[in-house]
Every structure is written in C-alpha cells, then in structure tokens.
Design a protein around this ligand. Sequence first.
Ligand code: PLP
Length: 228
Amino acid sequence: MTSVENNLLQIRSSFNDDEVTLVAVSKTKPIALLEEAYNAGQRHFGENKVQEMTEKHEVLPQDIHWHMIGHLQRNKVKFIVPYVYLIHGIDSIRLLKSIQKEAKKIDRKVNGLLQIHIAQEDSKFGFSEDELIQALDDGLLDEMSHVEIKGLMGMASNTDDNNQVKNEFLRLKAFFNQLKTAYPQLSAIHTLSMGMSGDYQTAISAGSNMIRVGSAIFGQRNYTSTVQ
Ligand SMILES: *Cc1c(COP(=O)(O)O)cnc(C)c1O
C-alpha cells in the first residue's frame, strides 16, 4: 500500500463517510500522487490555483469533483466555471457577481460557498458576519440565477490553542444555523466546509461536514505561500 493510500484510510477511519466529505487538497502535488489517491477511491480534490486545477482537470479522469478552495481572482472565474464542482472561497460581492455573470454566459449553474472570516488574523479572506448579513438584507442573492449557494466555508486561526480553534469553528456553525433559519434563500444550505490537516477532528466535532485535507494525505508541500 502506498503512503497516500494509507493516509487516506487512516483519515477516513476517523469519521463516517456519509456525514463528512473529504476533499483531498492536492495543490503543488504531481499528477502521479493524485492518481494514487484516485486509485484508492478518492473523488473530491481541492486546488487553489486556477491554472493548476485546469491542467489537472484536463489530464485526470472526468468523474473527479474539482473544488476551488483558494482566493479566486475575478478575471479567472471564466476558466473554471465550465467544470468546477464547488467554489469554496466566495469572499466578496464582486466575486459572487462575476461567477453569476460567467455561469450565465454558458448557462451552467455553479455551486459555491460563502467564505466567512473566523480567524483572529487579518490576512484571511472572507466576509465578516455583519457584512454578509448586510449584503443579504440588501438582496445579495436576489439575482443569482446561476449560482447556487450550498453553505459556508471558514478557516480557523493558525494557532496551537485548540480551544480557540474549536471556538472559532463553533461560532461558524452557529452562524450557519442562524442564516439557515433567517433567510429563506438559504434554508436549504447544507455544506459547512471547515477543517484542514491540523484541525479537522476539532472541526468535525464542531459540526463540519466537509474537510479540506492536504499535507496529512500527500505530505508537506515545498512552499507555504499557497496557504491563504
Ligand atoms: C492548503 C489549504 C488547505 C489544506 O491545508 P493542509 O494543512 O495541508 O491540510 C485547506 N484549505 C485551504 C483553503 C488551503 O489553502
């Protein structure tokens, strides 16, 4: 058994497959490693660069679900809209409108998650809770005929303080529930994307049902600038 296969088995054994979707974050990793994961049954892959994801999409099997997990530039939306399975990082009104516009052009409905800023650090992207509520009250989703909001995504602070991480996740889960009850257009949201290699167990215990795990499957990456 390869180490990728072994890592996948080990991670999967810690939760129920029906309840949590594992997105294998393969950014910077070569095709051969993605194939190992694919051969071990993995079908959800996450990337954070448009060009890299598109190249991998073109050479790998067509039944893979591609997740765009990084910060997405508006001028690159058009390259992924034809095939992307889920855009996790919708972090601004302008980006949401660009996705709507490009998806409408090709008449495809694109699935997305609204990214909420939950970490203490300033550097992470996302709406604040207040900002999102304001935007929803202003009719943010009224003209989104070609974007389907499936849920929320968040990244906890990069800290060893497990308690803080847990509290950030719990807060996002509570906000998720609040939106679901308060906004009819969001009453069917289901996906809560939170948890990475270092904190996915904490995230699952706080209510995550989609985890984005990279280094614990594929090993350390050679550069860290890709983590946002
Ligand atoms: C890189 C990345 C991950 C995976 O990080 P690991 O620590 O390697 O598991 C998850 N989410 C986002 C948004 C990322 O950019």
